[in-house]
Design a protein around this ligand. Structure first.
Ligand code: ZN
Ligand code: ZN
Length: 336
């Protein structure tokens, strides 16, 4: 076995991040060793860093990654050395009620790579074979690492059961919000508006052809945003959820997609939900959308490159602490 050492970004405890050099692991019998090409940083990583999302420490963070299979375990049957793969980071127990009832992403024993087990902000990551999805070697690896967040967005929109021609708004123009806008359009929205206070995020969405509202300086436009079939909370802050309720039409749906910090309470007017019979729909990871996410990436139907900024492992801390928020929408790290 090759004992070369490699860099890994390890979170020892909330707020304590360290770049460490580790020995390259050998895959277990049913695992593959992935040489990571790119790994994305997302809001969940920030919550883990701040201690507001449950995780198991110490852990190499990073759950959005793609790479090349470098080595395979003895019982691996469908994956070959050299395959280009993206990873579903979620490991389900297969035995709890959720798993047995066909909603394994709600598994009570869920453990995720980059959250509870070592993830992709490292040159190498050991991944159970059933979690790797083969991709075309022609795919841009920077886009391939986004299979996980795209799968999450597809699952959220599946839960809404939208009909072509619907009107919607996305609150929060981070990377997930920008994906949401694009996929809502692909899924038949006649109009999707972004509500976002930060100028760089509005500009990015405007470049992609979306109409944007600044909720601070354009309060009148926000007040006039009503009767939408669907609103999506991709912000997870302030009174966005109650703004969503006001903007949604009677009988419409609110998709709660943002990961609010655990324990956080926010205002919402129950009368609005009651009188308008609004559906408030949560969405957490995904059971089955990664194949579709990969097809979307490979087809080039999503505008991804303009939203991505390559950062170094050393800069991840700045992203987690919010110091680069005005400059970048989505930070991705090139590992090899
Ligand atoms: Zn993520
Ligand atoms: Zn389970």
């Amino acid at each position: 076995m090759n004992k070369e050492s490699f860099a890994a970004l390890i979170l020892q405890a909330p707020g304590q991040i360290e770049l460490q050099y580790k020995e390259r692991p050998a895959p277990g019998d049913r695992d593959v060793l992935v040489k990571v090409l790119y790994c994305g940083i997302c809001g969940t990583d920030r919550h883990i860093y701040k201690g507001s999302y449950p995780a198991t420490f110490p852990v190499t963070i990073g759950h959005e990654f793609a790479g090349i299979v470098e080595e395979i375990g003895q019982e691996v049957s469908h994956t070959k050395v050299g395959d280009f793969v993206s990873v579903n980071p979620n490991i389900w127990c297969g035995r709890c009620t959720s798993c047995l009832e066909g909603v394994p992403h709600l598994c009570s024993q869920m453990a995720a790579l980059g959250v509870d087990l070592n993830g992709g902000l490292a040159a190498y990551c050991t991944v159970p074979e059933q979690l790797v999805y083969k991709m075309s070697p022609a795919t841009n690896p920077a886009a391939a690492c986004l299979a996980e967040p795209i799968s999450c967005v597809l699952h959220g929109l599946d839960r809404l059961q939208v009909k072509a021609g619907y009107r919607g708004a996305v609150f929060g123009g981070g990377f997930i919000g920008q994906l949401m806008l694009q996929i809502m359009k692909l899924e038949g929205a006649s109009e999707v508006i972004l509500v976002e206070p930060q100028e760089n995020k509005r500009k990015a969405a405007e470049k992609l052809g979306f109409v944007c509202i600044d909720p601070i300086s354009e309060k009148h436009k926000l007040a006039a945003l009503v009767d939408l079939d669907v609103t999506v909370d991709c912000a997870g802050a302030g009174d966005v959820l109650s703004q969503c309720a006001k903007a949604t039409k009677p009988g419409g749906s609110i998709l709660l997609f943002a990961a609010y910090p655990k324990g956080k309470q926010v205002p919402i007017e129950p009368f609005e939900l009651f009188r308008k019979e609004l559906k408030l729909i949560g969405s957490f990871t995904y059971p089955d959308t990664q194949v579709r996410a990969i097809r979307l990436i490979e087809s080039g139907q999503l505008q991804l490159e303009s939203l991505l900024t390559e950062i170094t492992l050393e800069e991840v801390k700045d992203v987690l602490e919010g110091r680069l928020d005005q400059q970048l929408i989505k930070g991705i790290v090139r590992l090899s």
